[in-house]
Ligand binder design. Structure first.
Ligand code: MRU
Length: 408
């Protein structure tokens, strides 16, 4: 079973929103369908998004109604823009899109329409194959951090569901199990969308790897009382200085690991490195719909109208990271030079910065994710539900002063 597959212009994905209840394959035949699947997290995880992006661009060429190469190229650019706008944080998405779109631009002048389609298809499949190969290499490179009988704590889902093959952090964990190291895994449930409880435990069970599911809030206490030997996670984007952006909650795990003196190890392919970004605070953090926090898998768990903030990722500073393990080798502090050596040096954000084609199509549906540089984290006062959160946040200190004045 694979997370994503290609068949002559049709993309098939295992719908991860339905797991573990149902294993349903979605057949995607247009850019709009793929963009929607990415936004809804039917396909997710940085490396899988890179593969989806590459396949999405190739698909746009395959499905293009244009008779000649210039028309196909125009459709490729439109698809590239639409797909790049779906999720802003994972480096791999823009990278996969740009890799196939760039090839289309480069070859448009010296190839005919049919040949161009074949070239783009081959490039998209190459991305998937390279990722599968990288998973194996990463898994081997990470073994030095997994001791015999170790308890490994992992976050979110980093297995075969979000890569072209074995997985990143979960791939390393799987290899350790297959090597007979008798490891056990603590998997965080990963609120709000439960990638840990729905997907990671599903993968661990399939491979017969001993594991326990824990609430996110239990992780720091278990680490601090010595129950965990190593924290091993994936990454969505790694900046030039070694700051790591990964699923929200990762930063807290790194702090707990540092406090307890255990290694905090990041396993990610070089396609996740983005050396064009100097540090983690410059990486756009996707903010998703509040309803994902005020409900659990569709069931409301907060009073109607509760204001919620939902950053999908956080930044773990490089000083908390023990090692970044890639398919090309392992980087340790100081990360700057080491990551440069490991990087393929390919641009990550070119698609996002490119000019907007004049005839950009309308979005198929309203995106539920957006980037905000400074999410407003102050709650709405219950007594004034219709006031804007930003304005009410400014008034909060004054109200607090008045209250403390009265009590004197
Ligand atoms: O929002 P998601 O589920 O796409 O987030 C995924 C993660 O944060 C993973 O840890 C990361 O992409 C690494 S996947 C190998």
């Amino acid at each position: 079973m694979r997370a994503i597959d290609w068949d002559a212009g049709t993309i098939r994905i295992l719908d991860q929103t339905l797991l573990p209840k149902e294993e349903r394959v979605l057949t995607l035949t247009s850019t709009a369908e793929l963009a929607d699947a990415i936004r809804r997290l039917s396909i997710r995880g940085a490396p899988a998004l890179g593969i989806a992006g590459g396949m999405g661009v190739a698909q746009a060429a395959f499905r293009s109604q244009a008779a000649g190469v210039p028309g196909v190229l125009r459709d490729v650019e439109l698809a590239a823009r639409e797909l790049a706008a779906t999720r802003p944080t994972a480096a791999n998405l823009a990278w996969g899109i740009e890799r196939v779109a760039r090839l289309a631009r480069e070859r448009a002048g010296d190839t005919d329409r049919d040949k161009l389609l074949v070239l783009l298809e081959e490039e998209a499949l190459r991305i998937a194959q390279e990722d599968a190969n990288a998973c194996i290499e990463m898994a081997h490179n990470a073994q030095r951090y997994i001791a015999r009988k170790a308890v490994v704590l992992t976050h979110c889902n980093t297995g075969f569901l979000c890569t072209g093959g074995y997985g990143t952090a979960l791939g390393a964990i799987r290899l350790a199990h297959e090597q007979g190291k008798e490891i056990a895994v603590l998997a965080t449930e990963t609120r709000p969308l439960m990638q840990g409880s729905r997907l990671t435990t599903w993968e661990l069970a399939r491979f017969g790897i001993p594991h326990a599911l824990i609430a996110d809030g239990a992780a720091a206490g278990l680490i601090s009382r010595g129950e965990v030997k190593v924290v091993m996670v994936g990454a969505d984007r790694i900046a030039a200085n070694g700051d790591v952006v990964n699923k929200v909650g990762t930063f807290g795990l790194a702090l707990a690991a540092k406090d307890a003196g255990i290694p905090f190890v990041v396993v990610a392919p070089t396609s996740t490195l983005d050396l064009t970004v100097p540090s983690g605070d410059k990486i756009p953090i996707e903010e998703r719909a509040a309803v994902e926090v005020t409900s659990v898998l569709g069931t409301p768990v907060a009073p109607p109208g509760t204001y919620a903030v939902n950053p999908a990722f956080d930044v773990t500073p490089a000083r908390l990271v023990t090692a970044i393990v890639t398919e090309s080798g392992t980087a340790t502090a100081p990360f700057g030079v080491a990551l440069k050596k490991l990087s393929r040096g390919e641009p990550k954000a070119a698609v996002l910065k490119g000019p907007r084609p004049k005839s950009a199509p309308k979005r198929a549906s309203k995106p539920d994710s957006k980037v905000r540089s400074a999410p407003k984290v102050r709650p709405k006062p219950a007594a004034r539900p219709r006031k804007r959160p930003a304005a009410s946040a400014k008034r909060a200190p004054a109200a607090a002063k008045r209250r403390s004045g009265r009590s004197k």
